[in-house]
Write a new protein. Structure first.
Length: 289
């Protein structure tokens, strides 16, 4: 009754494959792609093809965040009111929130879980850690994930003499234990178009981590600075180091940010809420079919 597609290739293949069949399509927008702002001919053609797919009768379009909806509506261009909003959700049962009132660690553990690509800004996290270490603060960094930039990042860690502070964990099948080992979760993204609504932040909140992110689309609209996390300019390792040092030296602030983050994900980003919203789309699209 309904074909639910994720990602541009799948959206267009689905649109072409369903021509004349009558099956309805739900197009799910997860990211804020840079090609929407490109003046290249191939990207102009891509946008024209996307508008055709969006405009077929019976097709519904949803976005995972307000940042994603605004990005597509402005640059495609498209009517923002024709794109429904269904924010991502996480299964809270998969993540155990530590007791935020008890701190048994003598030093802070900073973590990130990302694809190791230039857009994710991990090099700036490494630089920030060097600054924190030079300030005499005990800090360990755990980096989960893999990607093309890993060899360069490992070389940078060695060249800066940070091997005793930074650990590369590679790809992890499950992240529950990782989040439980982390006090401060950092998403150091530098590409303004790289994030839609980061699941890593939601999962870190669910696990009781204090969260620091950068002011990029999809993150700036998610973290409330000073309430459930801290925001710093993208690519600014000095500002990131200051934010890490601040929450390391202020247990009250760190625990308050973590507690508010846990409350936020429980109330606004549960998997149950997400599933109900998607199923409502399915019912609407399949009505009369």
């Amino acid at each position: 009754d309904v074909l639910h597609t994720h990602g541009w290739d799948a959206d267009i293949i689905g649109w072409l494959g369903l021509g004349g069949i009558g099956t309805r399509q739900l197009i799910h927008l997860h990211i804020t792609p840079g090609w929407l702002r490109s003046g290249a001919l191939r990207h102009k053609l891509r946008r024209a093809l996307t508008r055709r797919a969006f405009s077929r009768g019976g097709t519904r379009v949803v976005a995972v965040s307000e940042a994603v909806r605004a990005h597509w509506a402005e640059l495609l261009p498209w009517n923002a009111s024709a794109i429904d909003l269904i924010e991502n959700g996480v299964d809270l049962k998969k993540y155990t929130c530590r007791n935020l009132d008890v701190d048994t660690r003598s030093s802070a553990v900073v973590g990130t879980a990302v694809r190791l690509a230039p857009s994710k800004g991990v090099t700036f996290l490494i630089q920030a850690v060097e600054t924190v270490a030079l300030q005499g603060k005990a800090c360990e960094v755990r980096i989960a994930g893999d990607g093309s930039e890993r060899p360069a990042l490992e070389a940078e860690v060695r060249s800066r003499g940070l091997s005793e502070y930074v650990v590369f964990l590679g790809h992890l099948a499950g992240l529950g234990e990782f989040y439980n080992s982390v006090d401060i979760y950092v998403l150091p993204t530098v590409d303004v178009d790289a994030e839609g609504l980061p699941l890593g932040i939601l999962e870190a909140w669910a696990s009781g981590c204090c969260v620091i992110g950068t002011r990029v689309k999809g993150v700036e609209g998610l973290i409330r600075h000073g309430v459930d996390g801290l925001l710093v300019p993208p690519g600014d390792s000095g500002a990131l180091a200051s934010a890490i040092a601040e929450v390391m030296s202020n247990d009250t602030l760190r625990r308050q940010l973590a507690s508010n983050g846990r409350s936020r994900v429980s109330s606004d980003f549960s998997q149950e809420r997400f599933v109900r919203a998607v199923c409502a789309q399915y019912r609407e699209l399949s009505r009369g079919n």
